[in-house]
Design a protein around this ligand. Structure first.
Ligand code: PRP
Length: 212
């Protein structure tokens, strides 16, 4: 019997799209569509067990082997550098990591630039490459408020439609990196469950091409 693959899905809007892609790729799971508060669902015939986790936790499950596969944003991979294999760009959840600030902001270059962000490592690397001294203010959400209230000079955050920036009178100063959802694998699981993982990657890659 082929081993079951444990797959961590990111809860939320992106997760629904990702699940639809797995199902279209030939790995359906009827039970997951029943309403309720259950978080784990399996379809032994398709060889998959899906579970919903917080998007920022997907890589932890995969890194530690609780999941063989998972889907998370490139932002998480860049920020936390988990020890996982990145197998495929699913071309979903496309957005960008950017520096933003009030429209009239100009960096004088003097003193430490105050940067509010959830992505401290990405911000640090970005400014280190430019030799710009910064003071990181680590926040957990609603980052856009920081420059409005004078907590920071700029923010480093995800921009998707740009609506949040616009409605808070902020503008993109600089783009750092494009982001999209990635299929990731546990390193040991990738060796021992190579057959079924390859089958999923092949089918998911075909769906990805259809979307582009
Ligand atoms: C993300 C991000 C921005 C917003 C960008 O926030 O941090 O605030 O989405 O999307 P937009 O360009 O389409 O407006 P999220 O909803 O994850 O909330 P949080 O960062 O405040 O937790």
């Amino acid at each position: 019997m082929t081993p079951m693959l444990n797959i961590a899905l990111p809860k939320g809007r992106l997760g629904e799209k990702v699940l639809a892609m797995f199902e279209a790729a030939g790995f359906p799971c009827p039970a997951i569509h029943e309403t309720g508060r259950k978080l784990i669902f399996e379809n032994p015939e398709a060889g998959v067990r899906y579970f919903w986790v917080k998007p920022s936790d997907v890589a932890i499950y995969v890194e530690r082997g609780a999941a063989d596969l998972g889907v998370c944003g490139k932002d998480i991979l860049l920020e936390y550098a988990p020890e996982v294999y990145e197998l495929l760009d699913l071309q979903l959840g496309r957005c960008r990591m950017a520096v933003a600030a009030p429209a009239d902001f100009r960096d004088s270059g003097r003193g430490a630039l105050r940067v509010a962000t959830k992505f401290s490592n990405i911000a640090r690397q970005h400014y280190a490459a430019r030799g710009r001294d910064i003071d990181i203010i680590h926040l957990n959400g609603s980052i856009e408020i920081a420059p409005i209230l004078g907590l920071s000079d700029v923010i480093v955050d995800i921009v998707e439609t740009g609506v949040t920036l616009r409605e808070n009178k902020l503008a993109v100063v600089e783009e750092i990196v494009p982001i999209s959802a990635r299929l990731i694998a546990n390193k040991a699981g990738f060796k021992f469950k190579r057959g079924p993982i390859d089958a999923i990657v092949r089918e998911m890659a075909a769906r990805t091409e259809e979307q582009v």
